[in-house]
Design a protein around this ligand. Structure first.
Ligand code: F6R
Length: 608
């Protein structure tokens, strides 16, 4: 949530900062700003709305200089206004600061500062922090930052500089990611590698309670107690092209079409041929402990939660483990029986989601083995878990998760297979799963070829304001995910339901203006799904069915059929999710919505 980018070096900072902001805009987009210094003068430009609004202002004012900080905001304290946009300044307007996170005790700090004569221009918690640093500043910025942060409760990733000493940018972090980008005589920093990869693939992750100083020729890191921190540089593998649209109208569409490749990347080098078992290097160190685990809790949020819900069915099928799936935001407040025979698996695209991270910390406190399934390499969750697996899905820029959801489902299936094969799962069954996974990219390609057909259906349904999505068993989580995709990007009300629950309430909603999307693979639930559909049709509801190829029977029961290739039961939902992503995308497009950056949402939710 919110994006930070900083530059100090030999080049003009403004174009680099603006480019970085565009790449970070998916993290927050209700206002943006930059502060650039040429050594004598500091230029501060802020604007409400998207980064392109700021760009117009920046072009008119031409701020120049070889160092600067920039921010794109997702409002927490105070409405999106120019005053509330970052960088924020203090009383003397000499310190410029950008901030991700929340200062929880800002009210208390503000009252105290007001008593000391400070006056505030914004409603933000961030401005309180600048004033606090200013209060401690006596010529040594790092010292003032450390002293001020000693009083702060909450989370922060901050970057700041002082007008009187424009040769350095100070960064500090607790709970909000910050990554340093190390170039040739130039240094960058950002809350996400996406803003850095165009300039360097050499990065250093800042950890919690650490402070970094960048100047024109060097950088150093210390902890908040002034101890020097030495950290190896890492080389990131994401290529710059992956963060560009490559001719697609939206990142979301590009990411939907990247899914066959994503599956291949999730499987690459992970299947032991002929053994029906995967090799997951990230779990090797904890395999022995995993064998003694009796219970696993999947903790996650949003779409990652639905991946967990699906994985519960898959784990139940392939393993003897008892599995619970819990919203991370609920998990940490529950009174659960967690011990050394319990594992938790945190599922998170960003690896930074505050609720999921808090759940990991809570489980660790109780002695559980903490595992992670994360897409962003080096993210906080990947570091705070005992072991884990990466998705290798590449950057996901569209705020609505598509390719990483699919990749999560693939990797979770691999995890279940790994554990199952150590338990009772036979070689034959293991081989069935690995074969189905390997066929998945071709199956997905077949669905993607129907994009025009799905767009055509979406056009006919774009006028409706309410939708029901139903499925049973493996496809119940897919119905929930389909509904979430539709509501988040097209602002249409949609409910995902277990089809069997329909008669216990939601059926009362059914009428001609309340269409249903029904997922009905040829599995044990088929005839029950047909009954549900008949109940809907009897009430004049429209039905779009996602059914498997060769199901000629379904045509006569529904208004539209999207046919998908058939595979084994546990892998079928992974195919079924693709048409629902396309359906949501085309409805949102038809309704003229901001698809990659839906209102009020942000990609990386670092507030609880
Ligand atoms: C929806 C979506 C969100 C995220 C959720 C968790 O399309 O993307 O619901 O899934 O915010 O985020 P991560 O996976 O980064 O923990």
């Amino acid at each position: 949530m919110c994006g930070i980018v900083c530059y100090i070096g030999k080049q003009e900072a403004t174009p680099i900062l603006m480019e970085g902001l565009k790449r970070l805009e998916y993290r927050g987009y209700d206002s943006a700003g930059i502060a650039v210094s040429d050594g004598d003068e500091t230029f501060l430009v802020k604007e409400v709305g998207k980064v392109r609004n700021l760009e117009e202002k920046v072009q008119a004012l031409s701020p120049h200089g070889t160092m600067g900080i920039a921010h794109t905001r997702w409002a927490t304290h105070g409405r999106p206004t120019v005053e509330n946009a970052h960088p924020q300044t203090g009383e003397t307007e000499k310190i410029f600061l950008v901030h991700n996170g929340i200062i929880e005790n800002y009210r208390f700090l503000k009252d105290d500062l007001e008593e000391k004569g400070h006056t505030f221009k914004s409603q933000t918690d961030t401005e309180v922090l600048v004033h606090l640093i200013e209060e401690y500043y006596d010529g040594d910025l790092e010292k003032a930052v450390k002293e001020a942060l000693g009083l702060v409760q909450g989370t922060f990733g901050i970057a700041l500089f002082h007008r009187d000493n424009p040769d350095k940018i100070v960064l500090a972090r607790r709970g909000s990611p910050l990554i340093l980008g190390i170039g040739e005589n130039e240094f960058l920093a950002a809350s996400d590698v996406n803003a850095l990869i165009r300039y360097t693939n050499k990065v250093v992750h800042l950890n919690d309670n650490e402070l970094a100083v960048l100047n024109h020729t060097n950088y150093h890191i210390t902890d908040f107690q002034d101890r020097k921190v030495t950290r190896e540089m890492e080389t990131i593998e994401w290529d710059q092209g992956a963060a560009e649209k490559k001719g697609f109208e939206h990142f979301m569409l590009k990411e939907i079409f990247e899914q066959p490749e994503c599956v291949k990347n999730a499987l690459r080098g992970r299947i032991v041929e002929g053994e029906g078992v995967p090799r997951l290097g990230g779990l090797e160190g904890v395999l022995d402990r995993l064998k003694s685990i009796e219970k696993v809790h999947f903790v996650s949020c949003g779409t990652s939660y639905y991946a967990g819900l699906l994985a519960r069915y898959i784990f139940e099928k392939l393993t003897d483990l008892s599995v619970e799936v819990e919203y991370a935001s609920e998990f940490r407040y529950r009174n659960l029986r967690i011990d050394e025979r319990t594992a938790i698996l945190a599922i998170s695209q960003s690896g930074e989601t505050a609720d999921t991270l808090a759940a990991v910390r809570e489980a660790r406190r109780k002695g559980a083995l903490c595992l992670g399934l994360v897409n962003v390499v080096g993210s906080t969750i990947s570091k705070e878990t005992d072991a884990g697996v990466y998705n290798h899905a590449g950057p996901e820029i569209g705020v609505a998760s598509t390719k990483v959801f699919l990749s999560q489902c693939v990797v979770l299936t691999l995890m279940a297979l790994l554990i199952g094969r150590y338990q009772r799962l036979s070689l034959t069954d293991g081989l069935l799963v690995t074969r189905a996974l390997k066929e998945l990219p071709d199956h997905i390609n077949k669905v993607l070829k129907q994009a025009d057909y799905i767009q055509d259906i979406a056009r006919q349904y774009a006028k409706y304001n309410d939708f029901l999505f139903i499925g049973r068993l493996y496809n119940f989580p897919i119905a929930m995910e389909g509904a979430l995709k539709l509501k988040e990007i097209s602002y249409v009300h949609a409910e995902g339901y277990a089809a069997g629950e329909m008669k216990h309430g939601p059926i009362s909603l059914i009428e001609p203006n309340f269409p249903t999307v029904a997922i009905l693979p040829r599995d044990s639930t088929y005839s029950k799904m047909i009954s549900n559909i008949q109940q809907i049709k009897a009430r004049d509801g429209h039905v779009i069915a996602v059914a498997v190829e060769g199901d000629d029977h379904i045509q006569s029961h529904v208004d539209h059929v999207i046919s998908v290739p058939h595979t084994i039961d546990i892998i079928q939902p992974l195919i079924n999710t693709i048409p629902l992503q396309l359906f949501a995308y085309y409805i949102a497009k038809e309704r003229g919505c901001s698809i990659d950056k839906p209102r009020n949402l942000a990609k990386s939710v670092t507030v609880e």
